[in-house]
Design a protein around this ligand. Structure first.
Ligand code: NAP
Length: 287
């Protein structure tokens, strides 16, 4: 019997928790979103973030900038947001226009306001077991697995993808829960057999149809992080429907990992706001 891991439902629960915790602590959290240029997908993502903030009672302001601006101007602007004491979290919507070096712009975000967990300092803390903010997508996957009581300790978890945003931090968070982790990538040999030995298979390749039925062990858990468009322009993950069918649990696309990523951003803004005020929230979803 196959069940879904309902990211939409759990994300709504997390956002409600955030809203209630903020209210109970009289905490006013604020997020600054920097949006550069006219990429339509980025505009939609930022709209979603504004909506999430509204739901959670987080003050959110989007700072839009012309895509032709010089990198230094954008970096200096982020620096000014960093100095602004009223702002708890800063998020630079990626991708930036091609003429900009994203790492240089992101480097202007101080770790305590780095709600995406992209700065070197926060990544370092994550890998040394001392994370205070965790990257939203992997943290969202962990919360979703936890909500459904999916055991990880001693289990073989296979992560397809080794990006800094998803694959690598995902592997680290699984390791922190005592999973035995294998990370695969485009040069991995024998991907099929490695995936077939997974108790939990996390696909984050951005490659529609990559994970087929013969790559999934009967009763495995599939987390499909992929967000792709199929030939009909419909949103789809990295796994085929037939692959989902042999699993015990899987995350649908849409409605699985995506909403969890958004919810974890709200949690990070709240944690950043509390941390800046030296407040211990005693928050149950605290990661
Ligand atoms: P990325 O930076 O492009 O990384 C993709 C990774 O997958 C790379 O490590 C790549 O290997 C590996 N890969 C690609 N094709 C492969 C293949 N055929 N076999 C094995 N490995 C393969 O992408 P990303 O930022 O990590 O994102 C991955 C996917 O997740 C995308 O679809 C993205 O849209 C989605 N995503 C979703 C959310 C969400 O909230 N749902 C959030 C973030 C990302 P190499 O390193 O060897 O190139």
């Amino acid at each position: 019997m196959t069940h879904i891991l309902d990211g939409k439902m759990v994300a709504a629960k997390v956002k409600k928790e955030v809203a209630e915790t903020l209210k109970a602590n009289g905490l006013h959290a604020s997020l600054a979103v920097v949006l550069v240029g006219d990429d339509p997908a980025s505009h939609i993502y930022v709209e979603h973030k504004n909506k999430d903030c509204e739901e959670c009672g987080v003050f959110c302001r989007t700072h839009w900038m012309d895509g032709n601006f010089k990198q230094d101007f954008v970096a200096n602007y982020v620096q000014s947001l960093a100095r602004n004491n009223d702002i708890d979290g800063i998020l630079v919507q990626l991708p930036l226009p091609e003429h900009m070096n994203a790492a240089k712009v992101l480097a202007e975000i101080p770790p305590e306001k780095d709600v995406d967990c992209f700065t070197t300092a926060n990544i370092g803390r994550l890998y040394s077991g001392d994370a205070f903010l965790k990257p939203c997508t992997p943290a969202g996957v962990m919360r979703l697995l936890d909500e459904y009581g999916i055991p990880l300790s001693g289990k073989h978890c296979v992560v397809i993808g080794r990006s800094n945003v998803v694959g690598k931090p995902m592997a680290q968070l699984l390791l922190d829960e005592n999973a035995t982790v294998t990370v695969c990538h485009s040069k991995t040999e024998n991907l099929r057999d490695i995936c077939r030995s997974a108790d939990v298979l996390i696909a984050a390749a951005g490659n529609p149809g990559l994970v087929t039925r013969d790559m999934v062990k009967d009763g495995a858990v599939i987390v499909d992080v992929g967000m792709n468009r199929n030939a009909d322009g419909k949103l789809c993950g990295d796994c085929t429907r037939e692959a989902y069918e042999v699993s015990r649990f899987y995350t649908p696309v849409p409605g699985g990992v995506g909403p969890m990523t958004r919810a974890m951003l709200m949690q990070n803004v709240m944690m950043a706001a509390a941390n800046r005020r030296g407040l211990d929230l005693n928050y149950k979803g605290e990661n």
